[in-house]
Ligand binder design. Structure first.
Ligand SMILES: *[C@@H]1O[C@H](CO)[C@@H](O)[C@H](O)[C@H]1NC(C)=O
Ligand SMILES: *[C@@H]1O[C@H](CO)[C@@H](O)[C@H](O)[C@H]1NC(C)=O
Ligand SMILES: *[C@@H]1O[C@H](CO)[C@@H](O)[C@H](O)[C@H]1NC(C)=O
Ligand SMILES: *[C@@H]1O[C@H](CO)[C@@H](O)[C@H](O)[C@H]1NC(C)=O
Ligand SMILES: *[C@@H]1O[C@H](CO)[C@@H](O)[C@H](O)[C@H]1NC(C)=O
Length: 354
């Protein structure tokens, strides 16, 4: 039974900064065991700084901090299902660098932008009540099994998570509608989206959707507007082969109301969420249940949710990330349902395509 999703416009919009963190600097002597471990790490992850003494020393220090963080996070695991942490391709980065690849945009000005956006939405939203019919939720939903979810992308150092997660959701809704799974252009969004979005330096899903609809933007096919991962001049062509987003997209603050996220996933399709990814740096797999602050000031990333599993020992969402298939569980992460973990209920978007 389908639920009617009425337009809920700009209930909340938190600018997704994609990469913002807090610098941490601790200088401690590094023991030989750590040095040996790091030597292996550099080989295993094919790091390019093996012969650069300066960078090697810097990375070693950051690696040591990651080891301490990994130990702390793993020591507080509650069950086999709990998230586990270990060495990833990001373990040689400082938390600051991890979330803040884009040094040309000042951290401070981006935080101010974030505050500005949050304020605006608190005062100007006109949330409409949604007609949620009481349906019994399936125990599990996984859109990957319906052939509407493409391969895991890699945003690398381009902070356009807001564009990746939105385009990926447009692809899924297009596939559900037409039966054809296409790749649409993330780069077009990076280059062209206005309304406060600034390409690889950051943006927000809801303001992107607002812009796409207001400007009647056609999202082109990936092959017509391929990914470069750099913010370039907008080259809108209007080929006619693109996809349009229906004006009735939704953007909701659903903290305390995660049942609505499950309903959307079960009855409509994948959703886009803003999220705090700071503690994901050394994530290997399992279900995140702790250490993922959900307060709005810590929102720094956006991902697609492609399903959930309530039948698991720890009921959880299935998150599709854009950090490559070599991160997490083949590119996916799992986060427990019900406590706004990582802030994932702060800004939840769903859409239809025309
Ligand atoms: C949104 O609008 C589109 C186009 O008019 C329509 O096909 C779709 O069913 C609508 N979605 C919802 C959830 O009402
Ligand atoms: C290792 O990195 C180099 C350059 O950094 C690259 O050319 C090479 O393909 C990589 N090898 C593997 C196995 O990833
Ligand atoms: C070595 O690494 C440092 C720090 O990352 C960098 O500034 C420098 O350019 C590198 N030197 C070479 C020769 O690559
Ligand atoms: C945000 O709103 C609060 C209270 O409504 C106000 O005091 C503050 O100046 C606003 N901040 C910005 C950046 O507009
Ligand atoms: C939006 O653009 C399409 C072509 O890309 C056109 O067919 C349609 O009429 C436009 N809609 C509006 C409301 O301008």
């Amino acid at each position: 039974m389908a639920v009617e999703w009425k337009t809920v416009f700009m209930t909340v919009a938190v600018v997704c900064l994609c990469f913002v963190g807090i610098p941490i600097r601790v200088d401690k002597p590094i023991d030989t065991a750590t040095q040996a471990l790091f030597k292996d790490y550099v080989k295993r992850f094919n790091k390019s700084y093996e012969n650069n003494e300066t960078e090697y020393a810097l990375r070693l220090r950051q690696f040591q901090e990651s080891l301490e963080m990994i130990q702390k996070l793993n020591s507080e695991r509650k069950s086999e299902a709990s998230a586990h942490y270990g060495l990833t391709k990001f373990s040689d980065m400082s938390p600051h660098e991890f979330l803040h690849h884009h040094l040309y945009v000042g951290l401070q000005s981006r935080l101010m932008k974030c505050n500005h956006w949050r304020n605006r939405t608190h005062h100007s939203h006109e949330r409409k009540e949604r007609a949620i019919k009481p349906v019994s939720l399936p125990e599990r939903v996984d859109w990957r099994e319906k052939n509407v979810i493409g391969k895991i992308r890699n945003q690398k150092t381009c902070g356009a998570c807001w564009a990746f997660s939105t385009v990926e959701t447009a692809e899924a809704m297009y596939a559900l509608k037409t039966g054809v799974l296409e790749e649409f252009s993330v780069q077009e969004m990076i280059d062209c989206a206005q309304n406060g979005n600034i390409g690889c330096a950051g943006g927000d899903t809801c303001s992107l959707l607002e812009w796409i609809v207001a400007k009647n933007i056609s999202i082109e096919l990936e092959k017509q507007y391929p990914l470069t991962l750099e913010t370039q001049t907008c080259k809108l062509k209007g080929s006619g082969n693109g996809v349009h987003i229906a004006p009735n997209f939704t953007c909701d603050y659903l903290v305390g109301n995660e049942e609505e996220i499950l309903l959307m996933l079960a009855n409509h399709g994948p959703v886009i969420v803003a999220i705090n990814a700071l503690n994901w740096q050394n994530y290997l797999g399992g279900i995140i249940q702790f250490h993922c602050d959900g307060s709005p000031v810590h929102i720094n990333h956006a991902v697609q949710i492609v399903g959930y599993d309530k039948s698991s020992a720890v009921p959880h969402y299935i998150l599709r990330n854009s950090w490559g298939p070599d991160f997490g569980d083949k590119g996916y992460l799992y986060v427990a349902i019900g406590e706004n973990l990582c802030g994932l209920a702060t800004e939840v978007s769903s859409l239809d395509v025309l």
